[in-house]
Design a protein around this ligand. Structure first.
Ligand SMILES: [Mg+2]
Length: 198
């Protein structure tokens, strides 16, 4: 595993970056929703130090290709990572777009966390329901997932901290395959630190 953090720079959506032009401003907000706050190789790189530094008290976790691969394998390191963070007071909740209960329940049981299925990410509803259950402010919640068009956009729209990780394996479901080229393009920009989209 490559331990190098791909984008150590935390993206700040500061007010001074907002374009003055009204038309550009609208596009800026839409485009900034595509960018995670941080981009890492895998969940194991999410340390308690990183989370504390960013005032994160809870994680909303994706399942498919974030924790498990296409063949539903949950690597031992990911379980250990989750347990370690929980042991240090980090709350966790699984939010998945799938409707396959058995698959998600198995992961949730291993990690000893609650879960919600059929979340319809990037719609805000699922995230906000979990936030209500956790009873934690949105800015203190990090959304962790492998997809820009579901996890990152959804989390950003809810004003949560977003952490993008690379997929566990390269095999994807049919409904994900078509989104990967644009994701690759955005990731390349992130790694290079090219955050100015205009
Ligand atoms: Mg996923």
């Amino acid at each position: 595993m490559n331990n190098k953090i791909k984008n150590e720079k935390i993206l700040k959506r500061s007010k001074k970056d907002v374009p003055n032009d009204r038309r550009l401003r609208k596009s800026w907000y839409i485009i900034m929703n595509l960018y995670p706050n941080i981009y890492l190789n895998c969940v194991e790189e999410i340390t308690i130090e990183l989370l504390k530094k960013n005032n994160i008290k809870a994680l909303i976790l994706d399942v498919d290709n974030t924790l498990i691969d296409y063949y539903k394998n949950l690597p031992e390191e990911k379980v250990k990572w989750a347990k370690d963070l929980q042991g240090q007071g980090m709350k966790m909740y699984i939010l998945s777009n799938t409707n396959k209960k058995e698959k998600v329940e198995k992961v949730a049981n291993e990690l000893e966390v609650e879960y919600k299925l059929f979340a319809k990410k990037p719609l805000k509803g699922g995230f906000l329901k979990v936030q209500k259950i956790l009873n934690i402010k949105s800015e203190n919640i990090a959304v962790v997932g492998d997809q820009i068009f579901t996890d990152v956009i959804g989390g950003n729209r809810c004003n949560m901290f977003t952490i993008l990780v690379d997929p566990v394996c390269s095999k994807d479901f049919w409904h994900t395959v078509w989104k990967r080229p644009l994701e690759k393009y955005i990731k390349k920009k992130l790694v290079k630190g090219e955050l100015n989209v205009f």
